[in-house]
Design a protein around this ligand. Structure first.
Ligand code: ATP
Length: 255
């Protein structure tokens, strides 16, 4: 899979009506019936920062992302993206505020063309010159998507589908990109491709919030990480510190 060095930099800033902002989360709680999946966690993602969440299956990572986006019921003392109180925003309107989401399992539409899948990412915008030029920017980032734009999404490889899911999220010109397990099911080579894309998005100034079970990828893709266990944050610090933490290395890197 190839991606060029083209990145949504200044063009993105011009197209976006939303200023970059910090995500501030305080005392976030998610309950599913009797299961408390997220137990009052606090974190922030500053402008241009990249933050990773690692942890075992069921630790509460995906619930944290979904709660941030309003996709599950939650409470929080504070859930702000800049001046926007996300607790008061309908989930379908979150992308209007400059937040893009790449869901776990990609959730692409296999029966729609690659181009139509990408167009879905611009559902809050009127289709016109701006969205047409945006789709060309996405093809510049991921040339393979341009080459296959008329193919059905379901015909793409797992790695290409992941690029399509990221491209779809980029259609709305996000300033903060939230990714849930983008490496899931991908070969090591394709995991490297995903890492490269995230690093280039970071380089273009995008804020990143990344959930992964692949701790190695997370440490390389982010500058700050936290470890979740049983709905709580148990370790928190610079990615480089966590990478060298003996306990984290033993549990999450198998070293
Ligand atoms: P994974 O990597 O397996 O997705 P995770 O760290 O993302 O794990 P969550 O998916 O957030 O964890 O799940 C946290 C807890 O909440 C788990 O105990 C899970 O079984 C439970 N859970 C998640 N979604 C639901 C739901 N819709 N209804 C009930 N319980 C749920």
């Amino acid at each position: 899979m190839s991606a060029t060095n083209a990145m949504p930099g200044s063009a993105q800033a011009e197209g976006s009506t939303v200023a970059a902002a910090s995500l501030v989360v305080e005392n976030l709680v998610v309950n599913y019936g009797g299961v408390q999946a997220v137990r009052g966690i606090n974190f922030r993602v500053g402008v241009g920062e990249s933050v990773g969440i690692i942890g075992a299956n069921g630790a509460g990572k995906s619930s944290t992302l979904k709660a941030t986006l309003g996709l599950v019921k939650r409470t929080a003392a504070r859930l702000d993206y800049g001046a926007t109180d996300l607790l008061a925003v309908q989930p379908r309107h979150v992308i209007r505020h400059g937040i893009g989401y790449v869901p776990e399992g990609r959730k692409i539409f296999g029966g729609l063309s690659v181009e139509k899948n990408l167009m879905l990412g611009a559902y809050t915008q009127r289709w016109g010159e701006h969205t047409r030029s945006r789709i060309q920017e996405i093809y510049a980032i991921f040339p393979v998507l341009g080459d296959m734009k008329n193919r059905l999404g379901g015909a793409l490889s797992g790695g290409q589908q992941q690029m399509m899911a990221i491209g779809r999220a980029l259609m709305s010109n996000p300033r903060l990109l939230i990714l849930d397990e983008p490496s899931m099911g991908l070969s090591p080579k394709l995991v490297d491709d995903v890492l490269e894309v995230i690093q280039r998005l970071r380089g273009a100034g995008m804020s990143i919030l990344l959930v992964e079970q692949n701790a190695k990828l997370t440490f390389e893709a982010t500058t700050h990480c936290f470890v979740m266990e049983n709905g709580q944050i148990v370790v928190d610090g610079p990615a480089d510190d966590l990478r060298h933490d003996p306990q984290v290395r033993r549990i999450y890197l198998g070293i």
